[in-house]
Write a protein that binds this ligand. Structure first.
Ligand code: NDP
Ligand code: 8X3
Length: 252
């Protein structure tokens, strides 16, 4: 059987681009997200285009019981996952601590931190008997720096940074690689989600600069995954050329 990659958040942006590149490379895919229509559309498109097989897992990474039921229901041969891409994540709002919406905080922490942990626990237990596997965690520049009003999103991505280091230690005896990919600004649906559907405000984030696109990140992830067995890239920080730090941006 071909290699298998499990990608969370595969209905748009970086996850969708990763699904494309891994399909192109002949991987069979397990694609997980909440929006059934988009998941099915992406899956059918990639199956038709590349002749691979895809399992769709309709799940919310925050709901640990449902998530576990959905993943454990996969046929045994599909649990031989070679690559897990922990990509599902989001930001909600951009407000100072004293004004932040506590429901937004819950959503970010539950998705970016707890959801990533739930998926990892299940899939690492599938990888351990095979003594191989590669876990890619999508962190962020926001996991390396803190910027004004980024507070809880930055904290959630700093947690991904810490968990990536921790996973590398805990999974070392099993030969499982762990890589953290940390993008700067990538134009996806991220800002539309952060600003709750305000497309005008989202567009302004990328105004007068050339941001990264999702394919840039998928390309880096493929590079990391395609290194020889004895080589692991622990951490990659990928920025648009026009972005020096989270907040220092050269807008023309
Ligand atoms: P998108 O909004 O385009 O994609 C996010 C994906 O995550 C969607 O497929 C969405 O699918 C899925 N998702 C969100 N919440 C859940 C959930 N609770 N359960 C399952 N799936 C979920 O944004 P990006 O592609 O930009 O974001 C991908 C990752 O990259 C995130 O972790 C983000 O924090 C990170 N990142 C993004 C950057 C950027 O500038 N864009 C920079 C640095 C990091 P659905 O709604 O169908 O469930
Ligand atoms: C997304 C990048 O800088 O908008 O993680 O937080 S940023």
């Amino acid at each position: 059987m071909s290699k298998i990659a499990l990608i969370t958040g595969a209905t748009s942006g970086i996850g969708e681009a990763c699904a494309h590149i891994f399909a192109q490379q002949g991987y069979n895919l397990i694609l997980l997200a909440r929006r059934a229509d988009r998941l099915a559309k992406n899956a059918h498109h990639l199956e038709d285009k590349y002749g691979i097989t895809i399992k769709q897992v309709l799940a919310d990474v925050r709901e640990k019981e449902n998530l576990s039921t959905a993943l454990e229901a996969l046929p045994q041969e599909w649990k031989k996952v070679d690559v897990l891409i922990n990509n599902a994540g989001l930001s909600q709002g951009l407000d100072p601590i004293d004004k932040g919406n506590t429901n937004d905080w819950d959503t970010m922490i539950d998705t970016n931190v707890k959801g990533l942990l739930y998926v990892t626990k299940i899939v690492s237990n599938w990888m351990i008997p095979n003594a191989s596997g590669h876990i890619i965690n999508i962190g962020s520049i926001a996991g390396k720096e803190v910027y004004p009003n980024g507070n809880v999103y930055c904290a959630s991505k700093h947690a991904v940074d810490a968990l990536s280091k921790a996973m590398r230690i805990d999974l070392l005896p099993y030969g499982i690689k762990v890589t953290e990919i940390n993008p700067g600004m990538v134009e996806t649906e991220f800002s539309v989600v952060r600003f709750k559907g305000d497309e005008e405000r989202a567009k302004k984030v990328y105004e007068n600069l050339e941001p990264l696109i999702a394919d840039d990140i998928a390309d880096a992830i493929w590079y990391v995954v395609s290194r020889p067995k004895h080589v692991n890239i622990n951490d990659m920080l990928i920025m648009p050329t026009a972005q020096a730090t989270a907040t220092i941006i050269d807008r023309k």
